[in-house]
Design a protein around this ligand. Structure first.
Ligand code: C2O
Ligand code: CU
Length: 492
């Protein structure tokens, strides 16, 4: 029997937007709808709306969002399901929707001009693809995303395992970051040169599921699977969960060996996700604070975890936490072809290039452009010496379908960059020459200033795929390229 969902513009879903997590129940109201056999159908309307991000006495905030709420409705299906998502554009400008982290056919990837004609105002586009990998994903526009995402267009997309691990509660936190003015309105200085050349549009107001958070209620003995999604334009989070002994079980949707992160701190660059298992071992009636420590001297309290007086159970459960792996092709590192990818540009970039310069080869450096020149041209960031303008460009790499590749990436800049590849997941195999402990699968890897990171993957999804920094202001000012996976299969 086909499953039907209609999580969109019902009045109930709109009203529920302030009820945060509890709102999910209203999203699965089924309505008779002619979905193709076996497909779960969803309807997403991108449009302006007013929502309550800030607590009283602030007014509601004008945003752009899906289904009248921030974040947009949660799309939730089972692994192996087929999704059919009807997107309607109620904005005054073109848009598209990209299914971040999902390995979809190229024509469904939502990249304007490259994979589809953008959806004009009043227009619609039907996306349809299979949910191949279980995990925590999200959706957002790929058209002028530095403004469209920054005004609130994003939502969670959860693909449940065929046999999920046992937990008491499965909770999603979509982390948002806003640059608010004292009036409670969003500052409209999108895409300014200063943000582009530095660390992007880092805001001044962090939300969880579209509200400035206050408390999160838990019970002693409870086990929670917390799905963290960083939907910010530019803010990097370093969530101190040390007191909760958080165990990471998936990164970017892909299962990883369960482990506690270094120092108990979970680092999430823009677009990155982590699934963590939290065992609530505090005393009934106690509370603790989750602090975000990423930016030096700018630590702040994200949320308070508050224990109810009634414990759920005495002992923490001993249920297994490891997730079943997804059907990804294992890269063949022995026969993989290697490519160097060097990132340059940004404020203080020339200095970093001089420091790192030796042994990098001048061709790789993208030339020593002065900051003035870069600011003037709007080209601020370079991948192998090229700054992107728009989504149509010659591929920076052409890969043969079915073959294994290692990209040896060098961040020759003074800034962090979360680098995202569409259409694939890759293993992060080394950092600064040392093998990573878990060889984690990711679709977005955060590179620290001057860091060298190697990733490996099988180019098994044909098409032209974006490869870009997910600090959306960096993407808009050049830090983007196309990687082509050529149709012909490699015979071995
Ligand atoms: Cu999440 Cu190219 O994007
Ligand atoms: Cu960047």
């Amino acid at each position: 029997m086909p499953k039907q969902h209609q999580p969109a513009l019902t009045r109930r879903a709109f009203l529920a937007s302030s009820a945060i997590i509890a709102a999910d129940a209203t999203l699965h109201l089924s309505q008779p709808h002619a979905a193709p056999a076996g497909a779960s159908e969803f309807r997403l309307q991108a449009a302006p709306a007013r929502v309550r991000l800030l607590a009283d006495p602030y007014p509601e905030t004008s945003v752009w969002c899906y289904g009248g709420r921030v974040p947009g409705p949660e799309i939730r299906v089972k692994q192996g399901d087929r999704l059919r998502i009807i997107v309607e554009n109620g904005l005054d400008e073109e848009t598209t929707v990209h299914w971040h982290g999902l390995r979809v056919p190229n024509a469904m990837d939502g990249v304007p001009h490259l994979t589809q004609k953008p959806i004009g105002p009043g227009g619609r586009f039907v996306y349809e693809f299979d949910a191949r990998d279980a995990g925590t994903y999200w959706y957002h526009p790929h058209q002028r995303s530095f403004e469209q995402v920054g005004r609130g267009l994003y939502g969670p997309l959860i693909i449940e395992e065929r046999e999920p691990i046992q937990v008491d509660r499965d909770v999603t936190w979509v982390l948002g970051d806003w640059r608010m003015m004292p009036s409670g309105a969003i500052s409209d200085d999108f895409g300014n040169r200063h943000d582009e050349a530095h660390d992007g549009r880092v805001g001044n107001t962090v939300t969880i599921n579209g509200r400035v958070p206050d408390n999160f209620a838990v019970r002693t003995g409870e086990r929670i699977r917390l799905r963290l999604i960083n939907a910010a334009n530019a803010r990097i989070f370093a969530l101190d969960l040390v007191a909760l002994q958080a165990q990471i079980v998936a990164l970017d949707g892909q299962p990883v060996t369960p482990h506690t992160p270094d120092g108990g701190i979970i680092i999430l660059g823009p677009a990155m996700r982590a699934d963590v298992i939290l065992d609530m071992t505090g005393k009934p009636g106690s509370r603790l604070t989750v602090v975000d420590r990423f930016y030096k001297d700018r630590e702040y309290k994200l949320i308070d975890i508050v224990y109810s007086d009634r414990p759920l159970r005495e002992q923490t459960p001993d249920w297994p936490v490891a997730l079943a792996v997804n059907p990804l092709s294992e890269p063949d590192l022995v026969n993989a072809q290697h490519h160097d990818v060097t990132f340059t540009g940004g404020m203080m970039g020339a200095m970093v290039m001089r420091e790192m310069g030796r042994g990098m080869g001048p061709g790789r450096m993208g030339g020593m452009r002065s900051m003035m020149e870069m600011m003037h041209s709007g080209k601020i960031w370079f991948i192998n010496g090229v700054a992107a303008e728009g989504h149509i460009m010659d591929p920076m790499l052409t890969l043969a379908r079915g073959r294994s590749y290692v990209l040896a990436m060098t961040n020759a800049t003074a800034w962090h960059h979360p680098m995202h590849l569409h259409g694939h997941a890759f293993r992060v195999i080394s950092r600064n020459g040392a093998s990573t402990r878990y060889r984690e699968w990711q679709d977005t890897v955060l590179m620290a200033p001057k860091e060298r990171v190697e990733i490996a993957f099988v180019a098994d999804n044909p098409g032209d795929w974006m490869f870009h920094c997910h600090i959306l202001e960096h993407q808009a000012s050049g830090m983007m390229g196309v990687i082509r996976v050529a149709e012909e299969r490699i015979r071995t």
